[in-house]
Structures are given as C-alpha cells and as structure tokens.
Design a protein around this ligand. Structure first.
Ligand SMILES: Cc1cc2nc3c(=O)[nH]c(=O)nc-3n(C[C@H](O)[C@H](O)[C@H](O)COP(=O)(O)OP(=O)(O)OC[C@H]3O[C@@H](n4cnc5c(N)ncnc54)[C@H](O)[C@@H]3O)c2cc1C
Length: 431
C-alpha cells in the first residue's frame, strides 16, 4: 500500500516532493496549485486572490528560488491604506501622516489613554485586544472597520492567538513620529516579497511537477469517502484503494464529513470550526501605470472590498502591454452576506469611487471567483477542536496538512513546510 496525498495545492505538492517513497496525489481540479492557481482571462493572468511569496524561513525561501530558476524577482513592499480620501502608508498605526489633524489627535490621545490603562484588565477577545493595544482612535479609524471587513464577523468572536508579527504594535513615539512625516516602514515578514516573473503564481505551483519523480498524479479526481477501519478510500472515479498514510490538505470539516461513521464527538468538533469566505473580483484595465502601489487597504464601508492587489505591479508579464490588472478581495460570511450577482459591477463602481479609474469604460476584462474557505476563524473553540480531530485522525494514519488541513493561518511558505514536515515524519518512520 502506498501513501495517498489529497489535494495538489502548495501543501500537497510539497508533501509529494519531499516524500521519499512512492505516493499518489489526488486533486479534484483539472490543474495543480490549489489557491496558488492562476487563470487566463482575455490575455490577463489572474491569480486566485493574488499570491505573493514571503517567508522568515530560510528553507522555504530557498525552495521558492530553486523552483523558479531565472523566473522570480523580489521587490520591496509598497502598500498603502486609503481612508478619509487620503493615502497613508501601511501599517496605519505608525503612519498617520496625511490624515486630518482631528483624526491624528484622536489616534494619539487614544493610544496615550490605552497605555495609561495597560495591565488593568487583560483583553478577552480580539476587539478588546485592539482597544487595549492601540486605543480608541486607531481602533475607530482603522483596526475595527478593516478587521470587521476581513473577518466578516463581530471581532468579539475572535481571539488574538493568530497575531504573532502580523499586526504591529508601535510605541507612542513611533505613532507620534509617523504622524509628522511619511516614513517607509519595513515592518513584518512581507516587507520584501517574491513573485514569479512570468506565468503568475501558477508557474510556482507547476514547477513542482517535473520534480515529482515518485508520484502518480490523478487530476479531476475527488476524494469521496474514507473507511478508517479498513484504511481505505473511495474516489469520484469509483475506484477504491487502501492507504498506508493519508495526507490530507482538504478543509478539515470536509475531511471529517467524508469519514464513514465518524464518531459523534469528532463530527461535533468539526461543526464548531468557523471560516470566512472571500470573493475575488479580477479586473483588467486599459491603462498602464495606474498606480505604483502593490496593494491598498480600504477600511471604509463605502468600498465593497477590503483590499485591492495590483497584480501587474507584482510582475509586468501578467497583463498585455499598456494595461493594468488588479484583484479586489471581498470577505463574506453569514454575518456579512454579499450579493454575488452584481459583485463585478459593484466592484468596478467602487474602484471608480477610489479615483483609480475614471469610468467603467476603462475596463477590458473581468472575472469573479468565490473562495469558500478563505480565512480560518480563530475563536474559543478552534484549538481544542483541531487538536481533538487531529488526534483521532492520526490514530488512523491520517495526517492533516496545509492551511485548511491544519486549520491555521498559513501562507504559501507555511503550507510548503507543513507538507514537508508530514513527509519527513513518514521518511523517518516517526509515525
Ligand atoms: C484571499 C487570500 C489571499 C491569500 N494571499 C496569499 C499571499 O499573498 N501569499 C501567501 O503566501 N499566501 C496567501 N494566501 C494563503 C494561501 O492561499 C494558502 O496558504 C495556501 O494556498 C494553502 O495551501 P494548501 O495546499 O494548504 O491548500 P489549498 O491551496 O486550498 O489546496 C488544497 C487542494 O485540495 C484540493 N481539494 C479539495 N477538496 C478535495 C477533494 N475532496 N478531493 C481532491 N482534492 C481536493 C483543492 O482543489 C486544492 O487544490 C491567501 C489566501 C487567501 C484566502
């Protein structure tokens, strides 16, 4: 019996690449890459949500470079926030310069008060964490509205275990300094990022294929059912097979639903896992040099999207000469339903409102896709449920991998490393 890997996204591809023994890689779509796929629409190459590469991990950085010899380049991040009709540098909290004086005063005063109250009461959720660390002004003008848009739910529902170095907590001196002058801030792991020169993110994903020497790849084949007692699976093709180990990168709740007669407590845990979905609206524009920014955050509700990623600034080769391409990200959930029917026209209207384009007549290409599993929600149930499900799965030689398998805030690099870690456990006989 062989090891079976489910899902040929970044985690599954990396697992197959690092596994020393023969394996079968099963993917329901017609090409590999998962959310790292790109698609071509009217000569524009659009990623699923625009995927830049960055990592603090040396191995992941080397892997990225090795996979794309001569086809990658690195750039310094140029990201901004647009609010109150003003562009300010990212991150908002240490770059208030340019905002109305009243807003700056509220942000600085709020932070002073927060610092005075520090240690009075430990924050119990993300909303309280924001107020405790940034004060009422920064919370009001960016942190709350932006995060509500991204997470598409009340911020009291979230904990703050996912933050690590994703959100900068500046000192009062930093905030005051950043309110007086526009200073480039190289904070965070994505302050420098890589991107394939040609072919969009798909070329990074496809680069695994010639390196998968021990792997049989089955595309357009979906995992249907898992029989944990007999260590076997059934596929959409009707084929059944046994597995030695099953490495799964499909979303954890979906995986549990595929297990025949899964214990009730495991199903209950899977039911408690929450996620946010993301609409991605891709737009091709009949103008070059629309902006020099790589991405722009939009905290205000008057814009449907929370972020525009200017894909043609990641690489000039993803769009025809003389044009620009961008992706609008729009989170949604049962707490924040979005009408998908008119989503392209609403997005274009709102891009006009930003002033980036003058009218709809500048639009050359449009495309829309919905990412059902976008962001993992970190709430009070997540850790215990993920641990409980994982323990049960491992008893049956099933190892969840990747962002949605491990149910974690993973980027491409973490997904690569997650697949690698699982493969290495098998290589070393440590499972
Ligand atoms: C809006 C958004 C923007 C992002 N931007 C970035 C970024 O700029 N940089 C970055 O590093 N990361 C980014 N990420 C994160 C990145 O997309 C993920 O970390 C990465 O794709 C996770 O890879 P994965 O292999 O774990 O999962 P996926 O990419 O989801 O791959 C899972 C694969 O499993 C397949 N599959 C699912 N069910 C089945 C089944 N039943 N049978 C067979 N196959 C199945 C799917 O088709 C898919 O190919 C972003 C994520 C989102 C949502």
């Amino acid at each position: 019996m062989r090891t079976v890997i489910i899902g040929a996204g970044p985690a599954g591809l990396s697992a197959a690449y690092h596994l020393k023994e023969n394996s079968i890689l099963i993917e329901k779509e017609k090409n590999v890459g998962g959310l790292g796929r790109s698609r071509e629409v009217d000569f524009f190459i659009f990623d699923h949500a625009g995927h830049i590469f960055f990592s603090k991990d040396m191995y992941a950085n080397n892997l990225f470079a090795d996979l794309l010899p001569g086809n990658h380049h690195f750039q310094e991040r140029n990201s901004w926030i647009f609010s109150q009709d003003v562009y300010t540098r990212y991150p908002f909290q240490s770059n208030l310069f340019g905002l109305p004086q009243k807003t700056i005063d509220e942000c600085i005063q709020g932070l002073k008060t927060a610092l005075e109250n520090k240690g009075n009461a430990a924050p119990q959720n993300f909303d309280e964490w924001i107020e405790a660390n940034f004060g009422a002004g920064i919370a009001k003008h960016f942190m709350r509205p932006y995060n509500k848009k991204v997470w598409a739910r009340p911020l009291e529902h979230l904990d703050f275990s996912w933050i690590e170095d994703r959100v900068k907590v500046p000192s009062l001196e930093d905030v005051i300094g950043g309110s007086k002058a526009s200073i480039e801030d190289r904070y965070g792991p994505n302050s420098q990022f890589g991107y394939p020169l040609r072919g969009g993110c798909q070329s990074l994903m496809d680069a695994f294929l010639p390196r998968l020497k021990n792997t049989d790849l089955c595309l357009k084949t979906e995992l249907w059912e898992i029989d944990v007692r007999n260590r076997g699976i059934t596929l959409s093709s009707g084929q059944s097979m046994g597995y030695k180990f099953l490495l799964s990168s499909i979303p954890l709740p979906d995986l549990v639903m595929k297990i025949i007669d899964a214990p009730k407590e495991i199903v209950k845990m899977a039911d408690l896992l929450r996620h946010t979905s993301v609409h991605c609206v891709n737009i091709g524009i009949d103008r070059e040099n629309l902006t020099d920014k790589h991405w722009i955050y939009y905290p205000e509700e008057k814009f449907i999207f929370q972020r525009l990623f200017i894909q043609s600034n990641a690489s000039p080769y993803v769009c025809p000469e003389g044009t620009t391409s961008l992706t609008a990200e729009i989170s949604h959930s049962q707490h924040k339903p979005i009408d998908a029917e008119n989503i392209i026209s609403r997005t274009i209207n709102d891009i006009v409102k930003t002033g980036l384009i003058k009218s709809e007549s500048e639009v050359l290409a449009t495309d829309h896709l919905n990412i059902e599993y976008g962001y993992i929600v970190f709430d009070q149930n997540r850790t215990a449920c993920v641990e409980g499900i994982r323990k049960f799965l491992e008893e049956h030689n099933i190892i969840p991998i990747g962002r949605y398998g491990e149910w974690n805030y993973f980027n491409l690099d973490h997904a690569f490393l997650s697949g690698k870690a699982a493969a290495e456990r098998i290589n070393a006989g440590k499972i």
